[in-house]
Design a protein. Structure first.
Length: 253
């Protein structure tokens, strides 16, 4: 399959964009052999690979390491890498961090959370210098402590209007796409219908232009039960446990 570029990533009637997270070379190789549209090296690596309690602990250096591993495994995929917490607290710092991550991982785009004025200015600066940016609103895990936990956003009229304003602002700042995480379905639908750029949902209903899921949740690779919006298609944790248990039994005979 031809590698996507920015011109290919647009609203398409009838066929949703499909995005999955990836954090390692071997899984990236597998993805490279499928028709998956885009790969996201998310800072969710902190939760599902590094065992951190939140994504706040993930560093820029760690995102570089995992980003480069995925790039080596999936040279033919459109790759997006997250800017981690604390790496874009100011516009100057954000430009430095994004440039470093963009160069070292050889990704096609970076993703950052939020739509505060300085973040919008950062997005404008990055896109002007040639670094494509994916936005992210709704539940922004890097701000989980300030938000007060994990919950669906846009349930009230005021909150829905706030999300709509943020989506418009991110589009105007130059984002090529926006992730809507845990956004009330009606609000996510309104945003999707109004914006000219594609929306990528995660726990935001079925009316977005695409979906992104954490591969470790989709395949249930860990002990914890995946979120409700991601019913697993397998139970790799139990399957691998059974295989290893049987192997150990056979070796002791």
């Amino acid at each position: 399959m031809k590698k996507l570029n920015l011109r290919d990533i647009k609203k398409a009637k009838g066929q949703k964009l499909q995005v999955l997270t990836c954090y390692d070379f071997q899984m990236a190789q597998l993805f490279n052999e499928t028709d998956l549209d885009m790969i996201l090296v998310g800072d969710s690596v902190g939760n599902v690979v590094l065992g951190y309690e939140t994504t706040v602990e993930v560093t820029l250096n760690e995102m570089e390491i995992f980003g480069k591993a995925v790039r080596r495994g999936a040279p033919d995929k459109f790759l997006i890498v997250d800017l981690p917490f604390g790496s874009y607290s100011t516009v100057v710092q954000g430009v430095h961090s994004a440039t470093k991550l963009f160069q070292t991982t050889r990704c096609e785009a970076i993703k950052l959370e939020g739509a505060f004025p300085y973040q919008l200015k950062l997005i404008e600066r990055l896109t002007q210098t040639g670094i494509p940016v994916m936005g992210h609103i709704g539940l922004t895990p890097q701000s989980v402590h300030q938000l007060g936990g994990y919950f669906t956003h846009g349930k009230t009229e005021d909150d829905g209007e706030r999300l709509m304003r943020e989506a418009r602002a991110l589009q105007a700042a130059g984002c090529f796409s926006i992730v809507l995480e845990m956004v009330e379905e009606g609000v996510a639908t309104r945003i999707t219908e109004e914006l000219k750029i594609p929306t990528i949902g995660i726990g935001a209903g079925k009316k977005t232009d695409g979906q992104v899921l954490v591969i470790n949740d989709l395949l249930k690779m860990g002990q914890r039960t995946p979120p409700k919006f991601c019913p697993p298609i397998a139970d790799h944790y139990q399957e691998r446990k059974n295989l290893i248990t049987q192997y150990l039994i056979d070796q002791r005979k």
